[in-house]
Design a protein around this ligand. Structure first.
Ligand code: SF4
Ligand code: MG
Length: 338
């Protein structure tokens, strides 16, 4: 029956005054139920755009999407707004970085969670309120039957994020997309929210895409990870593979600047220099080459002429002209502390 979510050669392009932005440029990945894929990269890497395209929340008129996004065997590319609207909530839902963009200040938390439920299930007011209380209980809000009548401003930041999670899970979606869900929170609350998501996933079997710039979040939550740069995956593998034996120079840079949650590696601080490339005028060859310190060590000077492809086709893979041996040697002797 194939993977639960299957993205195949996805391309997302916008027309702008300056030219065509290739925000996602040939991306493929699979995700199974009950599993979490971490997508990591800087802003402009294509990670958020990919997920807006899955949800159908991209700017329709200005955006061209090709390739395939199959959810539970159903093709999402080319579906109408209405069809996607119907799928959102029931089959897929999103958790935003800032709950205040998703929660209205004018209505109680309970009413907002309940309305999402009624809209997709036709539940009565009473059923919707009961469901809201049940969901608040699930996400660990104390005294849920009282707090259900609070307004968002009466909740702390961490509680608002819990309420947001309650709202996104109220219709039992099979796929949950979390875009930097804890960035705005302090480290302790951040860890609690990520653990809550993990527990709920185990209980519900939800597939999760965790979008973040923070490998610490990936280490804590994900099973697989995909590192994105300039609209493509530059490395993918299990979390263990990618965090313990990273192969791509960009991943080394990300590991070096890994903040917050005390990840598995203790790497000296050596963040990636420079800024991401223009997605309108991509550098020739490897798009990472203007920022890469290792291109002289790659075979045949291909870094400035040929865009590397992600290989091998399955398992731990990277898109880089360095040989695997060279990558391992550099990582062990120059990047990882002795
Ligand atoms: Fe660096 Fe070349 Fe590898 Fe690109 S292909 S990451 S420029 S070594
Ligand atoms: Mg983004």
């Amino acid at each position: 029956s194939g993977p639960f979510l299957s993205v195949d050669d996805l391309q997302v392009r916008f027309r702008t005054e300056d030219g065509v932005v290739k925000a996602v440029d040939g991306l493929s990945f699979d995700l199974e139920k009950g599993s979490t894929l971490g997508i990591v990269g800087e802003s402009g890497s294509g990670k958020s755009v990919t997920n807006l395209a899955i949800l159908g929340l991209h700017h329709r008129k200005a955006t061209e999407i090709t390739g395939s996004i199959k959810l539970d065997g159903e093709e999402l590319v080319g579906r109408t707004d209405r069809e996607l609207e119907h799928l959102r909530g029931r089959k897929m839902a999103m958790i935003f970085q800032d709950p205040l963009t998703a929660l209205s200040p004018y209505y109680t938390i309970g009413r907002q969670i309940g309305e999402t439920f009624s809209k997709h299930t036709g539940a009565s007011k009473k059923e919707a309120r009961d469901r809201a209380v049940e969901m608040l209980t699930r996400v660990g809000i104390p005294q849920p039957s009282l707090r259900v009548d609070d307004y968002p401003h009466q909740f702390s930041g961490g509680m608002r994020q819990r309420a947001m999670i309650a709202m996104s899970l109220v219709c039992d979606p099979d796929l949950l997309i979390a875009d930097e869900p804890t960035t705005a929170l302090d480290v302790t609350v951040q860890a609690q929210i990520l653990d809550l998501l993990k527990d709920l996933q185990q209980e519900l079997g939800t597939a999760i895409i965790m979008i973040t710039h923070d490998l610490g979040v990936i280490a804590r939550t994900a099973h697989d990870v995909m590192v994105m740069y300039a609209g493509r995956a530059v490395e993918r593998g299990t979390v263990r593979e990618v965090l313990k034996a990273p192969q791509h120079p960009y991943t080394w840079g990300l590991l070096s600047s890994m903040p917050s949650l005390g990840g598995p590696l203790d790497v000296p601080l050596r963040p990636v220099r420079g800024t991401p490339p223009s997605l309108i005028n991509m550098p020739k060859g490897c798009p990472f080459n203007p920022r890469c310190d290792y291109q002289e060590q790659a075979v045949g000077g291909k870094c400035s002429t040929e865009r590397p492809l992600l290989a091998p086709a399955t398992g731990h893979a990277t898109a880089c002209h360095l040989t695997l041996e060279r990558q391992q040697d550099i990582f062990i002797n120059q990047i990882q502390p002795r």
